[in-house]
Design a protein around this ligand. Sequence first.
Ligand code: PDD
Length: 299
Amino acid sequence: MPRVSYVNGKYLPHADAMVNVEDRGYQLADGVYEVIGIFNGHLIDKAAHFQRLQRSLKELCIELPVNIAALSFIIDETIRKNFLGHGKVYLQITRGVAPRDHAFPEKSKSTLVVTVSHMPWPSRSDAKQGYSVVTGPDLRWQRCDIKSISLLPNVLAKQIAVEAGADETWMVNSEGHITEGTASNAWIVTTNNELVTRQTDDHILAGITRRTILRLVEEQGVTIKERAFTVMEAQNAKEAFFTSSTALIKPVTLIDDIKIGSGSPGVMTCTLIDMYFNFMENLPKKNERSSYESKSNNL
Ligand code: PDD
């Protein structure tokens, strides 16, 4: 079955899905993106991803070339044309095609690309394996809250993990604080059972998985602290994990070769994995809105 992707109004065989060489995304990384998980054909946290996309676009003065309802339809169509059950959507919007010049072009139409790919989700028990993290310098700009396609520092940081045989790199800023992973948010559980993740500001991406987990634990009476933490605090933590739309919740059992807690995925992390699986398995059916979505926005 041929893979189908969407580019600027057309559903094309993936091999023919191309953008112009003068696209500003290609030449200047002048664009934004989103990655959304698909579980049983449904987008995980669609409304929150669309909200973040609209925010990123607004911050960079890039126009969404279609309205949100049309974007939602295009994604659903791309999923349908690819017969996708489990997987992920990648969508990218750039400032469009124009002769190369740093300044915004006077006239350009944003480029919209939507691709989907198959990705089996782990079973609950497979999700409870331990992963290793290494640390590396955070070389990024001052607006990491924008989900920009300019990812070179993240690419270089991830390569540190690859070369060390680790699963993710946690980036450390000049103050010695862990900001986040190359494509994930970082969390620890302290010896007092406090759940800690860095506060959202211009130095990290406000992860949608992060936001959902905070919402899920809020009702459980867990103490949540949104604050910065150092590498040493993480290494001395009881538990650690990282989260993203594609990684879900990954227990961390090693940070720079130091064992975390007992060296096995922790109790709170495994409980959160179960809670997150329950959440995914109870996603609203297509065209239904979860009570959370209805409460939080108009999408
Ligand atoms: N990345 N921080 C960074 C730097 C990220 O790139 C991501 C996600 C996250 C987690 O965000 P969310 O929970 O919304 O996926 C945090 C995606 C998955 C990627 O680039 O592939």
